[in-house]
Design a protein. Structure first.
Length: 140
């Protein structure tokens, strides 16, 4: 049943019009391809582990905490912030083009609200991480 879309058969979704299931799958595939094209170059330049290779010093506990900091920086600066900005822009566009459609305006407001909440959580987590590391005795 899962391979029906690959072989050209359309999934039967109760209450949907013909062709709607295929359109949804095409959108999901397009989003996945675009995200992979955007994120792959970022992942190759992340440089998360900077010790233990040939010609370098062996890794220690300080390198472990440094690696955690680099992972946090990479996730927040390279993934969360750009995605939140995209969500803010999409939410703003949805509000602009709603044209009297309260449903679309509500979706736009929700997209903006959730993007702002995500940004606050992503950047606010720095305080939590800094507090935990200082409690563990790590000097940064």
């Amino acid at each position: 049943m899962k391979l029906d879309i690959i072989f050209g058969f359309e999934p039967k979704v109760p209450g949907s019009s013909p062709g709607e299931g295929t359109k949804i799958m095409k959108k999901i595939l397009l989003i996945a391809i675009l995200l992979s094209l955007i994120l792959m170059p970022l992942l190759t330049n992340a440089a998360i582990v900077t010790c233990g290779n040939s010609g370098q010093n062996p890794c220690g506990i300080g390198d472990f905490f440094g690696m955690l900091g680099r992972i946090y920086d990479f996730v927040v600066k390279s993934i969360a912030a750009p995605l939140a900005i995209i969500a803010l822009v999409i939410g703003g566009i949805m509000i602009l083009i709603s044209g009297g459609n309260p449903g679309l305006a509500t979706k736009g407001k929700q997209a903006i609200m959730f993007a702002i909440i995500g940004l606050v959580l992503a950047f606010g987590s720095y305080i939590i991480i800094k507090t935990l590391l200082s409690a563990l005795g790590y000097k940064y």
